[in-house]
Design a binder for this molecule. Structure first.
Ligand code: UFG
Length: 331
């Protein structure tokens, strides 16, 4: 059985669907801090399969231990964690305490029960402002905010863990920019309040709940001056987790993998693609740069192809189409 922490969240829920479809038994632990209970039934509806669910906080050591007592957990996919960059700057201790301590409790409990296989939800944010693109896994790591620092620190903790005990098998998955939704329109990304990220914001402009997109700067050194990112369909990203679970189950070691498409699109490219997918006009205005943003970030996904046998399949048009379908069904 695979334990999925944060399995009710955006990437977690899509990954649970892929795991169930691939025939795995799963248990989910989630405290709904940034998700909703109805997601669980939607996962059941999509897959026609059931799973164990624990409503609990990973900081609750006794509850975490109970899961390992009650189930034979073979491997863990660890999504749970706070992820808002801006909030992490204003409330750093909340981020360090939650993200780091929960991972320590999880790994200590795993070690106690002899479960030494973990797939960790990391981020391309660990590359900081890369000197060149595309980004390879062996590029130097640096971070510019507490959220990113927790991802970097957890990678380090897991690496040290492997050094101390070579029986561990660890995959550090560095996500680029996950967008889109399941084609059913049942699960997707629906942040509370005003979205921080580009595509959820565009979706609300398209559906009419927000008036205008602020494009954060058009003076970057990119093809149209707006920031370039590697947007990846969340279903492709989720399939990468299934491949990573297969990998950690049959080998030991600690390895980082980029999960991106390898193609960069600008903010205005995404606006155009979303207009086409939705048939709606996206009003936008150019504003100042957002502090901490970089010009370009896109992956070299070759290592994931060579070592995991994974590559992204869906294009930007499909990502926007699925985002729009989810938005229309859930607004
Ligand atoms: N952008 C806008 N207007 C908005 C929101 C975003 O112009 O309202 C621009 C940004 O400046 C950037 C691009 O759209 O050029 C993408 O921004 P996002 O906020 O969607 O994503 P980021 O690349 O900033 O950050 C994402 C995740 C982080 C993660 C990082 C890793 O949100 O958690 O990728 O590279 F750390």
């Amino acid at each position: 059985m695979i334990l999925v922490t944060g399995g009710a969240g955006f990437i977690g829920s899509h990954t649970c669907v892929e795991l169930l479809d691939a025939g795995y038994e799963i248990a989910i632990i989630d405290n709904f801090s940034n998700s909703r209970p109805d997601v669980l039934d939607k996962i059941r509806t999509i897959t026609g399969k059931d799973f164990k669910f624990y409503e609990a906080d990973l900081l609750d050591r006794d509850k975490v231990e109970l899961i390992f007592k009650e189930n034979k957990i073979d491997s863990v996919i660890h999504f749970a964690g706070f992820k808002a960059v801006g909030e992490s700057v204003s409330i750093p201790l909340k981020y360090y305490h939650n993200n780091i301590t929960s991972t320590l409790i999880l790994c200590e409990t795993m070690a106690k029960y002899g479960c030494k296989k973990i797939v960790f939800s990391s981020s391309a944010t660990v590359y900081g402002d890369p000197a060149t693109v595309p980004i390879k896994e062996d590029f130097p790591l640096s971070t510019t905010n507490p959220y990113g620092a927790t991802k970097h620190m957890i990678e380090r903790i897991l690496t040290d863990l492997y050094v101390s005990d070579n029986e561990w098998s660890i995959a550090l998955l560095r996500y680029f920019n996950p967008i889109g939704a399941h084609e059913s329109g049942l699960i997707g990304e629906n942040p509370n309040g005003i979205p921080n990220n580009l595509v959820p914001y565009i979706a609300r402009v398209a559906v009419g709940t927000l008036d205008v997109l602020n494009v954060f700067g058009d003076d970057y050194n990119t093809h149209d001056g707006t920031g370039v990112r590697d947007y990846i369909h969340v279903v492709d990203l989720s399939k990468g987790h299934v491949k990573a679970v297969e990998k950690v189950s049959k080998s030991t070691g600690v390895e980082a993998y980029n999960l991106g498409t390898g193609t960069g699109y600008s903010v205005l490219d995404v606006v155009k693609a979303y207009e086409k997918a939705s048939g709606k006009k996206i009003n936008y205005k150019i504003t100042d740069r957002r502090p901490g943003d970089i010009a370009m970030c896109y992956a070299d996904p070759a290592k994931s192809l060579n070592e995991l046998g994974w590559k992204a399949e869906f294009d930007l048009e499909r990502m926007c189409k699925d985002s729009w379908n989810f938005t229309v069904k859930n607004s």
